[in-house]
Ligand binder design. Structure first.
Ligand SMILES: Cc1cc2nc3c(=O)[nH]c(=O)nc-3n(C[C@H](O)[C@H](O)[C@H](O)COP(=O)(O)OP(=O)(O)OC[C@H]3O[C@@H](n4cnc5c(N)ncnc54)[C@H](O)[C@@H]3O)c2cc1C
Length: 405
């Protein structure tokens, strides 16, 4: 028997750990139940940190931990899913094609930035979405001091005033000062189409963010849309022109394209609709998890967000349930009651809220300490030690208020 997991992000990693944990508990050998993880690289890209400097350092190796739990790593990119015959078509290194049969499939392919068809965006827009994108932005920022000091050279426009845009913008002021020198006066402007920055944060938390933006000198344009981009700046649909040699697109996200290979219902983000056990109805043997799936996380009408916090736990349930079906033990409903937000606000600290109504619990330096711990410890893979690694993926593990522990 074989479980194939596609994707080595937070959801894919925890699916592998959790399936291996149940296999271990049931005393089944890796020869009898193979768990294979398919991804282009055997590394976890720490996406929640890609707005930081030195993005090339923001990955964690996975081969040792996968080896410690007897999960087979297969290098490649899945291109097709044949849910009828139950195999995945993989393109490996150097273009070699391979078909991999499965008994259970876990789609954990995550998400990608959505770039609408706006003139100039594909050529001139940067992002902090993938490792390559973040490295390209960092290189570009470091090239700025060597360019002619025209208006707009030291200006960064961040498009999108949601979580990613706010983190990218608030960190940017310090990043630019580091590059241009202490006395530089870089400009950072967030362009947001809603009437307020952080439209999802609610009335309690928003003033903390607005205060941080004021302190850092980050400007905002709300109810504003980008009409076009070119190498010297952006033109808003209102006609306003902003000279800026750096534009960071952080507006909108979609499930990765592989989800389209599964003939099933999807939401407007392209996420596969799944049942409480994270199965894809209508696609026998297929589970979806993390950013690739839309799942209810409680009985009160809340749905998992495209977040690392949800992807990790959803992964643990998907892996457990795929293995449970093959081993003939009961599956478990995915559930995740605790929900927190920890938003980095650069040199203005951070904001920590709890609950779906986002009650403010910590701000400033205290919240920043928690953010640092989340970003440098909690979201990293477990130690490559079998017992520790398997225990980290118990789907019923009680989480603390942060949702991570
Ligand atoms: C800048 C930024 C800041 C963020 N901040 C936070 C935060 O503060 N808190 C939070 O909770 N979340 C945050 N997020 C969101 C979080 O990173 C995602 O929700 C999380 O990464 C989702 O995990 P995942 O495993 O579903 O997908 P991903 O992490 O996207 O992993 C997907 C994996 O699938 C692989 N893959 C994709 N397609 C294929 C294919 N066809 N074949 C094989 N492999 C494939 C990819 O290579 C990757 O290994 C942030 C994201 C960004 C970009």
């Amino acid at each position: 028997m074989r479980i194939v997991i596609i994707g080595a992000g937070f959801a894919g990693l925890y699916a592998a750990l959790s399936a291996a944990r149940l296999r271990d508990i049931q005393g089944v050998s890796p020869e009898k139940l193979e768990i294979a993880l398919v991804a282009p690289e055997p590394t976890l890209v720490v996406r929640p940190r890609l707005y930081e400097p030195k993005p090339e350092t923001l990955t964690a190796p996975l081969l040792d931990v996968l080896k410690a739990i007897d999960v087979v790593y297969m290098q490649g990119s899945a291109e097709t899913i044949d849910a009828k015959s139950k195999f995945v078509g993989i393109v490996a290194a150097k273009g070699a094609k391979k078909e991999l049969p499965y008994d259970r499939l876990i789609v954990a392919t995550g998400s990608r930035l959505f770039r609408p068809n706006i003139p100039g965006l594909a050529e001139h827009g940067f992002s902090v979405d993938t490792l390559d994108d973040a490295v390209a932005l960092d290189k570009h920022l470091h090239s700025l001091p060597g360019r002619p000091a025209v208006k707009g050279r030291d200006t960064v426009v961040v498009v999108g005033g949601g979580f990613t845009g706010i983190e990218a913008a608030t960190e940017m002021a310090a990043r630019l000062r580091e590059i241009f020198g202490k006395n530089a006066k870089p400009r950072v402007i967030i362009v947001e189409r809603s009437p307020a920055i952080a439209p999802d944060m609610g009335e309690g938390a928003r003033p903390v963010i607005e205060d941080a933006l004021r302190k850092l000198g980050v400007e905002t344009r709300v109810e504003a849309c980008i009409g076009s981009l070119d190498e010297a700046g952006v033109t808003l649909t209102s006609g306003e022109r902003i000279e800026a040699e750096t534009v960071v697109w952080a507006a909108g996200i979609r499930a990765a394209p592989l989800t389209q290979q599964v003939l099933a219902e999807r939401d407007s983000f392209g996420r596969l609709l799944v049942d409480r056990d994270l199965r894809v109805p209508g696609a026998p043997g297929v589970f979806a998890t993390g950013d690739a799936a839309r799942a209810a996380c409680d009985d009160e009408g809340n749905y998992a967000l495209m977040s690392c916090q949800h992807a990790t736990r959803m992964g643990a349930f998907a892996g457990n349930n795929a293995a449970a079906e093959l081993l003939g033990v009961p599956t478990k409903h995915y559930h995740q009651k605790g929900y927190v937000t920890c938003l980095d606000l650069g040199e203005a600290g951070a904001l920590f809220t709890t609950g779906w109504e986002r009650n403010v619990k910590m701000i400033g330096d205290v919240a920043k300490k928690t953010k640092r711990e989340i970003n440098t410890v909690w979201i990293y893979p477990p130690q490559a030690e079998r017992a520790v690694a398997l225990a980290s993926a118990n789907p019923e593990r009680v989480t603390d208020v942060t949702g991570f522990l």
